[in-house]
Design a protein around this ligand. Structure first.
Ligand code: NAP
Length: 572
């Protein structure tokens, strides 16, 4: 019997469908097949966007060849009309004709928009559904609203899957989408997600709210919708096939956060330590939006970044002594009681890499800058007994920080007259495309330079320091150490520091800004006992090659005294 076959097919599909469907586009059928051939091994569930073809019907015979060759693949035929956000310029009838032919070609599923269903006759749709699995879809490219009303309209038409894709304009839109999925997924086969950068929560967590599957791009640059992440990232970084009701949700919250390395680093740590947790980039345009999401998702922990490190403090029920002292929090734990508890791990991020190289008690350290990170550095280093000096572009802010931390404020003109054990750059100078240095060559009278900027690793300041034979501590070490403390607070397990460092190094390498492989930390020196005049610039700069790839990543330095063996490459 025709109808029961379709129901049977749809039931089977639900259980055998992978959670990620990869959208494949191409200028012609050969193009699509070439892409599909290279993808099918890792991605047996694909969507062919027929609307990207100049003549979709003409391409079907070629696509049939692929479908015949790959019975293991489940492929959706989509020929979205231009009026509904696709590229097909034909009428709803012409669309139906192509989808019907696609069914005869061997596609297991076809996607048709609600707007087309409204134009077609009921019998035409029923006939299509009798031939092939039908995904009835609705896309809102502007907002997430009226989900229930839209679904009520969709339910009037027979379909095997109901797919609603909206656009997140706030983090809370994801919550709306997931509540909607939860409300209907027991009765219907639902697919739902939010597009846009802020929609990442629904792209990853939608499957546990009841979405049968979600969509991923084949590669970066091949996205078919705003905010789409690659199928590889969904599987490898976010481990979407394992996300379930017990998966704990963490995230980095800030504005902006699109380029944050935290998701790559923290998800790698969770995977390595087999913690059932996922870590997302939460682009919070306001604290209010962020706070609304925390209990509803629910979020178990947050990494807080700019501009919310101070603002979050008011939302905390309690915090550690460092948060109180510094007045800023970068780590939040949501307790079983639903209350938020704050920690500051930025301090550890600055202090630990230095402690691995020297005794901080009595060390002379110049902090350049008086912003949030400089504040964490100054308090942390004073707590360890270092002699801290502060210089800042705006003297009043520098003086205020010096007063608060009992450090000494230095006039810029006096910097060149002094020598230090460590100079810390806590300004953004050198970051990204910025080629500036916060200090001049003659002011670099120090044994160690700790440039907290880590993208790129080779800032102008770092290059100047290397040329003077000054030991450079890469800013990546702060990033990894603050993240390692966060991981430990959240999971109660020791952080897999080498793995965390490795994945970020690889990610930076892909961006073309890989950190330079560093020397091991020197055994605990006592730099204050060895104060020497500043080294003269070398005739031949002792610059290390920056072309070394992360094939042999420098593992994160151990917390205990460094040993040569720690230099082994990470086994993956
Ligand atoms: P912030 O609060 O905005 O403070 C920036 C500081 O830099 C201020 O003291 C500011 O001086 C100074 N500054 C800004 N532009 C300057 C310029 N053109 N010339 C001289 N001084 C300038 O920023 P933050 O949160 O402390 O972060 C500072 C940097 O640390 C970031 O840009 C980032 O690169 C780095 N960072 C690294 C990590 C890591 O894990 N490695 C983590 C966080 C931050 P005024 O007081 O005069 O404005």
């Amino acid at each position: 019997m025709q109808v029961s076959t379709t129901i049977f097919a749809s039931r089977i599909q639900r259980f055998r469908l992978p959670r990620v469907c990869v959208a494949v586009v191409g200028e012609d059928a050969t193009n699509i097949i070439d892409r599909a051939e290279s993808l099918v091994r890792d991605n047996p569930f694909m969507e062919f966007r027929l609307d990207y073809l100049t003549n979709p019907a003409a391409g079907l015979p070629k696509l049939k060849h692929f479908l015949d060759l790959h019975p293991e693949a489940t492929v959706i035929a989509t020929c979205r009309r231009a009026v509904n956000g696709g590229k097909f310029k034909g009428s709803a009838s012409a669309q139906l004709d192509i989808l019907t032919k696609a069914a005869a070609t061997g596609f297991q599923l076809v996607d048709i928009e609600l707007q087309s269903a409204e134009i077609l006759k009921a019998a035409e749709l029923t006939e299509l559904k009798d031939r092939v699995g039908v995904i009835l879809s609705f896309h809102d490219f502007k907002a997430t609203k009226k989900l229930e009303e839209t679904f009520a309209e969709m339910k009037r038409y027979p379909a095997d899957f109901y797919k609603i894709v909206s656009t997140a304009t706030s983090l809370y839109d994801n919550v709306q989408m997931m509540k909607f999925l939860q409300a209907h997924s027991a009765q219907h086969e639902m697919v739902g997600l939010c597009m846009g950068e802020q929609g990442i929560i629904s792209r990853v967590l939608g499957v546990r709210a009841g979405s049968v599957f979600t969509f991923g791009a084949a590669t970066r640059g091949e996205e078919t919708a705003p905010g789409q992440v690659t199928a590889g990232e969904l599987r490898d970084t976010y481990r979407i096939e394992m996300v379930d009701a017990a998966t704990q949700v963490y995230g980095v919250a800030g504005d902006p956060v699109a380029h944050s390395m935290s998701p790559i680093m923290m998800n790698a740590a969770f995977r390595r330590e087999t913690v059932n947790a996922v870590f997302l980039a939460l682009h919070a345009k306001s604290m209010k939006d962020l706070m609304a999401c925390v209990p509803d998702i629910p979020i178990r922990g947050l990494s807080i970044t700019m501009p919310y490190k101070q603002d979050i403090v008011a939302a905390l029920t309690n915090s550690d002594a460092l948060t109180k002292q510094v007045g800023a929090c970068n780590t939040v734990v949501r307790g079983q009681d639903g209350k938020l508890y704050g920690f500051n791990t930025d301090v550890a991020g600055v202090v630990v890499p230095l402690e691995q190289r020297m005794t901080l008690q009595g060390a002379k350290i110049l902090v350049v800058g008086a912003g949030g990170v400089a504040r964490a550095a100054a308090f942390g280093l004073k707590n360890k007994g270092a002699e801290v000096f502060i210089v800042n572009r705006t003297p009043e802010k520098g003086q205020a920080l010096a007063k608060a931390t009992k450090a000494k404020y230095l006039k810029r003109a006096d910097v060149a007259k002094m020598s230090f054990d460590v100079i810390i750059n806590a300004t953004p100078l050198g970051m990204g495309a910025n080629r500036q240095s916060p200090l001049e060559d003659k002011e670099l009278n120090t044994k160690f330079l700790f440039d907290l900027v880590y993208v790129p690793a080779e800032t102008k300041l770092v290059k100047m320091a290397r040329a003077r034979n000054i030991q450079v501590i890469p800013g990546l070490e702060m990033f990894v150490q603050q993240g390692a403390r966060q991981f430990e607070i959240w999971s109660g397990k020791p952080a897999p520091i080498a793995e965390m460092s490795f994945v970020v190094t690889k990610a930076l390498e892909r961006l073309g800004v890989a950190p330079v492989e560093e020397e091991l930390p020197a055994p605990k020196a006592r730099p204050r006992d060895e104060e020497k005049p500043a080294p003269k610039p070398l005739a031949k700069p002792a610059v290390k090659s920056s072309s070394k790839k992360a094939a042999r990543p420098a593992p994160t330095k151990p917390r205990k005294p460094a040993k040569k063996t720690a230099k082994k490459p990470v086994k993956r």
